[in-house]
Structures are given as C-alpha cells and as structure tokens.
Write a protein that binds this ligand. Structure first.
Ligand code: FAD
Length: 462
C-alpha cells in the first residue's frame, strides 16, 4: 500500500484529543495513535494490516469505544495505528430460515436489532451501550448484558467469524452451521480476545423469533437473599421464558433518579429492587404464567411490593431506571467500577459481605450495588466523597475499595471480570490470579498468532 493510497482512503492524521477515538465513554481513557485508519472493506483492512506489518507498527482495533477496561485506546511507545471499524457497518444477509445474519464488524448493535426486527426476528444481545457499541467490539469483549441468563453471552451467539490476522492473511470462518465438530473451534479464540489476535471484520450470528409477549416487572425485596430466592422461584415458574433478572439497590435507584424523567414507580421503600422480564413468542399464555408466579412470590413473602408494566412505554420507564444508574455515574469524577461474578448461590453472601466490609473500610464513600444477578454478576460501584480531590490519595482510596471487593470475590471462588474483559485496567489483578499454566497457555496462543506482539500490545498481557 502506498502512502498516497493510505491518505486517500482511510486516514485521519490529525486526531482531535477530545474525539471519541481517543477518549472513551467515561472520558478517562487516553490514547496516542499516530493516525486513525477507517477502512471501508475487507481489502482495505488487509492492505492496512500488511502496511503495518511491513513498517513494524502496532495496531489497536476500535469499535464503539464503549468498553470499560481501556482496551480500545492505548498509549504505546513508538505510536500505533488505531483501526476504527465504523465504516464497515453493512448487514450483508439475513437468512430467516436459518435464523442467522451475516454482519460487518462496525455495525452498531442497536442498528442490527432494528434490521432483524423487520423480519420478525431478534438478536438477543442487549446492553446499556447498544446505541454505540459495535458487533466487532461485542465479539472481541465477549459481551454479556441483560439477556444472558436465557440466550448466553456473545460466545453463545456467534456462528462464524471473518478475521484479518496480524500478517494480513484472512481467516474466513463465516459459517452458518449450528453443528460443526471439525477440530478446534477457532472462532472461540477470537471471542474475548480484545483485539490481541486479529481484526474481526464480520460475523455470522444466531437469530431468534421476536417475542410477541413481554412482561416487565419492578419488585421491591427485603434483602439480597430474598432476591435470590425470588430468582430461583422465577426460574422454576417461568422456566426458559425468564429473560432478565437485574438487582438494583435502593442507593442505585436514588442515583438513577438524579437523571431527568426517571421515576420510581413504587411508593414502598426497600433496600433492593428487582427488574424482572419474561418473554415468549407463539401461543403461550405468558400473562397467566407470570400471574401464577407473582401470586406464589407474594404468598411466600419474597416480595414487599411490585409493579407490572401494562404497556411498552411503562416497561421502557422501568428499564430507564436500570440504565440511569450507569449514566448518572459519570458526573462524579473518578471512582471505582467493578464487574465481578460468583456462583449464583453465593450472590447474597457476596453482596452482604462486600457492603458490610465497604461500610467499614471506606465509610465516607457511596456504594452502588446493581447487576445481572441472574448470572451471578454484580457491579459494585464505589464513589469517593465529592470533596476528595483527584490525585494520588483519591487513587489509593479507590484501590482500597477494590481490594475489599476482590477479597470477598476471591474467597467465594468468583471472577474479577464477569463481562467487561481485562484490557489495560485489570491486567495486573488478572495476572495475580491466573495460574502459571493458564498464563503459559494464553501466551503460547498469543505468540503463535501474533509473534511480533503488534496486535493491541498491553491489553490482557504486559
Ligand atoms: P470497543 O470499546 O471499541 O473495544 C473493546 C475491545 O474490543 C478493545 O480491546 C478493542 O481493541 C477490541 N475490538 C473492538 N472492535 C474490534 C474488532 N472489530 N476486531 C478486534 N478487536 C476489536 N458490557 C457488557 O458485557 N455487558 C453490559 O451490560 C454492558 N453494559 C454497558 C453499559 C454502558 C453504559 C457502557 C458504556 C458499557 C457497557 N458495557 C457492557 C461495556 C461495553 O459496551 C462492551 O464491552 C462492548 O462489547 C464494547 O463494544 P465496543 O464496540 O464499544 O468496543
């Protein structure tokens, strides 16, 4: 590739320091790319990757830049090329009989949702960042979100991938098969690889019938233990129709209410609230099933109060509370965000122990507990007092809070990254916990595919 061709097709040479290529959603990430490349098709990605290989340039792939662990922006000595997939955003084909779609990596998740809806189909991955995150980023982070308990993570939703390898070769694994037991499942290597093994340029994904009935509820519960008892009951009563089960602490609801147009539909105060959703397609009486479940939960004293959305608009207002918890946080300076998981049976113990320990260790902070507890996944957010200045002491305060949370999670056999990945933020915490054999296997895979360590150096590994 000549420099002239590069200029003509794909470059932003003067990258605005405040642009979304450099700054992530929180404004905290900071990169130093030599230039931003925005290829429009597979051939341009291949030419670009070969150019980088010939010139010894590192590459950082970027999707919607909504990742929360500084994977898509980097300060790399000697500079690097930031490859944004945003212009490769076509939906190539929807196959309603095979319940599958082939889509380019830069397609925004919500755009894919809308496109498949026109065929009365659904792509179930859904998360707060759906209006900005891209399919390639979802693949590279093995994204989770609100429907995992029914449909699985991105790893469970991908049928095939197209990947440009660090030397410019293309692995075309865009199969649309449900069953394919021909040796190692190579696509799984790239799911959750965070841009360290190659550039994902397209994916084939599973689709599902679009639910025709959706029941959304907002329920007040007395304790985290009651929330988990409620979850077990919902699994039994609603079986596979249970699609979301989110816990939101009272404090977190309070944080969401600082955003415009968000209201708590319940007058009853409670320490925790559960956002529960069940959905069905076909001639199932979901309303009656949900009615039976709620009656049981009330009789068993699992819920204090609740509201059941009577329209799509009311359901959206309930979901706005959950989304508002996240959106409201960024106004509060630097703070601790965690994304941990434990076995579902240990969720209540984990929440109680973490909240008790934080109340002692960082009594002056604000703790928000919420998350996808139907998957054993909690986000403990800890905010320093408003008047604590940015700087080393605030950083130490945040690290102390993290240590408290990770101690409980480790003891309960959990994970310090349930769905956001490792990136640069969790690298040392991850390395501390990984066994030598795990690290050896991971490094062996990395060096076999990217021997010169040019793909997103510094993400996952040192
Ligand atoms: P980016 O942030 O651009 O990149 C993420 C990583 O993937 C980087 O390492 C990057 O190098 C790599 N990458 C990106 N594109 C490619 C590609 N084409 N090929 C190879 N590597 C690539 N995450 C969840 O899992 N569940 C949630 O519920 C959730 N909720 C969120 C809510 C909010 C409000 C926000 C801001 C984030 C949330 N996230 C959640 C995190 C984030 O949205 C996901 O990690 C998402 O999958 C990232 O996609 P992206 O396109 O923004 O990727």
């Amino acid at each position: 590739m000549t420099d002239a061709k590069l200029d003509e097709t794909i470059l932003i040479r003067e990258v605005d320091r405040g642009s979304h290529y450099i700054r992530d959603w929180t404004g905290e990430a900071d990169g130093n790319p030599s230039f931003v490349a925005r290829p429009r098709n597979l051939e341009e990605v291949v030419e670009l990757v070969r150019y980088c290989a010939q010139n010894g340039l590192a590459i950082v792939p970027q999707g919607g830049h909504t990742g929360l662990v500084e994977g898509a922006s980097a300060r790399i000595e000697g500079g690097h090329v930031l490859v944004s997939l945003e212009r490769m955003n076509r939906i190539r084909t929807i196959d309603p009989l095979n319940f599958s779609v082939e889509v380019e990596a830069g397609c925004v998740l919500e755009v894919l949702h809308q496109a498949v809806e026109t065929e009365d189909l659904m792509f179930p991955l859904s998360l707060g960042a759906k209006g900005s995150c891209q399919i390639g980023g979802n693949v590279a982070t093995n994204a989770g979100g609100i429907n995992v308990l029914r449909y699985g993570m991105m790893r469970d939703l991908v049928l095939g991938l197209e990947v440009v390898l660090p030397d410019g070769r293309v692995w075309n694994g865009l199969k649309t098969l449900r069953k394919d037991n021909t040796g190692y499942d190579l696509k799984q290597l790239f799911l959750g690889s965070e841009g360290t093994l190659g550039i994902v340029t397209a994916a084939t994904l599973k689709l599902f019938p679009r639910p025709s009935n959706i029941e959304t509820m907002f329920l007040a519960v007395e304790s985290a233990a009651d929330a988990i008892r409620l979850f077990a009951a919902a699994r039994r009563h609603l079986a596979d129709l249970l699609s979301a089960f989110e816990l939101i602490s009272d404090r977190s609801v309070g944080m969401a209410l600082t955003m415009p147009d968000i209201v708590n539909p319940l007058a009853t105060g409670a320490p925790y609230f559960v956002l529960l959703e069940a959905s069905s397609s076909g001639p199932l009486d979901l309303e009656a099933l949900v009615g039976g479940f709620l009656e049981f939960a009330l009789e068993e004293g699992m819920i204090l109060d609740g509201v059941r959305a009577s329209s799509a608009t009311q359901a959206q207002k309930i979901w706005a509370i959950r989304e508002g918890v996240v959106e409201a946080q960024v106004k509060h300076g630097t703070y601790l965000r965690t994304d941990v998981s434990v076995p579902i049976s240990s969720v209540a113990v984990c929440i109680d122990e973490v909240e008790e320990a934080l109340a002692v260790a960082v009594a002056d902070g604000v703790v928000l507990t919420y998350g996808h507890i139907g998957d054993g996944n909690m986000h403990f957010v800890v905010m320093p007092p408003r008047d604590m200045p940015e700087g080393p002491s605030r950083h130490s305060w945040i690290k102390a809070s993290e240590a408290v949370i990770f101690e409980v999670v480790d003891r309960l056999g959990g994970s310090i990254s349930a769905e956001h990945g490792i990136g640069r933020v969790k690298r040392s915490a991850f390395e501390k916990r990984a066994s030598p054999i795990q690290m050896d296997l991971l490094r062996t895979i990395k060096s076999a595919i990217d021997p010169a360590n040019r793909m997103n150096p510094g993400a996952i590994f040192e």
